[in-house]
Ligand binder design. Sequence first.
Ligand code: AMP
Length: 223
Amino acid sequence: MRIVLMGPPGAGKGTQAKRLVDEFGMAHLSSGDIFRAVRASGSDLGERLAKYMDAGELVPDELVVSMMAEAIAGNDSTGGIMLDGFPRTVPQAEALDEQLARAGTPLDAVVLIVADDDLIVERITGRRSCPACGKIFHVKFMPSGNGEFCDACGDGQVALVHREDDREDVVRQRLAAYAAQTQPVVDYYRDAGLEMIELNGNGDPEEVAAELMKAMRTVGLHS
Ligand code: AMP
């Protein structure tokens, strides 16, 4: 099963992706996570990525397509793939279609999670994450039981981080990039007749997860 998880930043894609991985054993390929790992390596490529990411702008298609093609080709999980944050432009979607068609493994469905802009800004600016285990917190909605430190890993000594691109001005820029460049990808998949599971991400993550699990079963995915 190959699924594309779409929606604006802060709609809850990361949280729901984790549920899908736990429930169905799918491999989670997040372009944002892959790019942050390249940045952390300190390479020249990482520096090029940083320039776009810190401004809330999209990384150019040719860079994105080659990095994601490599990640997809290198994935050997048997539980299927969930793409998160990719594709974000129509040329990326076309390149993905070509790669998957060559491999004889086309997409099965798109999961689209939407949410209101003001709620998204509140969610993202309060978001904190653990650099060691990846657990995501929110200063108001889901605080760590250990203050500014992760409550899930290490020995209580791992300080949570506030992503550079989670500042309000950058978040607004990311939302504008989503509307201009990524919304057309939703239309692209609709026009292609792909199964589209639409969820309202404004609510409680547990309710969204329950709806998502129900929808996944209707497209034939079983845990
Ligand atoms: P995310 O964690 O998915 O919000 O991604 C963080 C940042 O990485 C984005 O704001 C973009 O700068 C960059 N990025 C991630 N995925 C893509 C993509 N598919 N196309 C272009 N830029 C991307």
